[in-house]
Design a binder for this molecule. Structure first.
Ligand code: UDP
Ligand code: MG
Length: 314
């Protein structure tokens, strides 16, 4: 029977921890009862350097339910993406399949069963995708959707409306652990893993208690990280603009010469205007070109796996 680990990153979640623990243990015993997962399945809380009583509560839960509740205490606050990674990699050696979910229970725990079913049907990654964003503010909804659009334009593969509520098989987590990059944007990395994937749909709810640990500043940082870690297109953009301006300078040259010969110009204007356009374009072109190399260096230093073998017939 497959051992499931539910991985939950927690930062200052004292208000929701007990509720989350109870709800998730409920999911476990339900699935164990239905014979879908092994009785040794567990919830793994990752304390991301909380400054409140979160860790004490995790310890207490572990004392009360030593078989079902485990905990990892990070030495300091490293942010959601790192905390989740720490949890997944810790769980990797102890389980056959993981499900990651936020502590605030905004994601629908009822679809975990559907995820497990898809896992049994052969999927290695199952994305939780929200159907609607009714509970989000207008601001959060539009910025989030704009973000997905920009990502698409930049050529980054992400799953639309998927946060980090996701099932991963052991081998998917193992492959993920081969990505050694420090600028983590998990949602962009998972599609790189390949393997068979599927989605389950749910409605995102309000937080059960407490408030968001993702203020605008963290959201913007995550968005920028998502783009800059996966795309070198902005650099190509500079190169493109440089070329366009050089082209424009040719047109400007024609215009300037016509003005010069028809005699409507102040002395010195022609050479000045041509230099400005041409040199401006040349500079952008040069920066863009240097950028292309930096982009390559960037891709090299990330040292991502070059391929991922799914099956070998022999
Ligand atoms: N979180 C974390 N470290 C942080 C910030 C958040 O581990 O530095 C966790 C948080 O405890 C929660 C999840 O990440 O389980 C998502 O955070 P939150 O619900 O506040 O984000 P939102 O749903 O508002 O985007
Ligand atoms: Mg939340």
């Amino acid at each position: 029977m497959d051992r499931l680990a539910i991985v939950v990153p927690c930062y200052n979640e004292e208000e929701v921890l007990k509720i989350a623990s109870e709800a998730l243990r409920g999911v476990l015993s339900d699935l164990v009862g239905k014979g879908k997962i092994g009785p040794d399945s567990f919830v793994l809380f990752v304390n991301d350097g909380s400054r409140d009583r979160t860790w004490e509560l995790i310890e207490e839960e572990h004392r009360n339910y030593p078989e079902q509740v485990f905990g990892v205490k990070l030495a300091g606050n490293v942010g959601h993406q790192f905390a989740l990674t720490a949890g997944l990699i810790t769980a990797m050696d102890m389980s056959d399949v993981t499900v990651s979910i936020d502590a605030d229970l905004q994601d629908d725990i009822a679809v975990i069963e559907e995820m497990i079913d898809k896992f049994h049907a052969g999927c290695d990654i199952v994305y939780g995708v929200r159907r609607e964003r009714k509970t989000d503010t207008f601001f959060k909804r539009t910025t989030a959707q704009g973000f997905y659009k920009v990502m698409e334009l930049m050529g980054v593969k992400t799953v639309y409306n998927h946060a980090d509520f996701r099932l991963m098989s052991k081998r998917a987590v193992e492959q993920f652990s081969q990505y050694k990059e420090t600028n983590l944007f998990l949602r962009g990395m998972m599609p790189l893993i390949g393997y068979q994937t599927d989605m389950v749909y749910y409605d995102r709810k309000e937080r059960v208690a407490g408030e968001s640990k993702y203020p605008l500043k963290k959201m913007l940082a995550l968005a920028f990280n998502g783009i800059s870690s996966f795309s070198v297109k902005p650099i190509s953009l500079i190169l493109g603009v440089g070329m366009a301006i050089i082209l424009a300078s040719v047109i400007a040259a024609v215009y300037a010469f016509i003005s010069y010969f028809t005699g409507h110009v102040v002395p010195g204007w022609t050479s000045l205007i041509l230099s400005i356009w041409f040199l401006g374009g040349l500079q952008l072109l040069a920066i863009g070109l240097v950028g292309q190399y930096i982009g390559k260096i960037y891709i090299e230093v990330k040292h991502r796996p070059r391929y991922n073998i799914e099956k070998v017939l022999k």
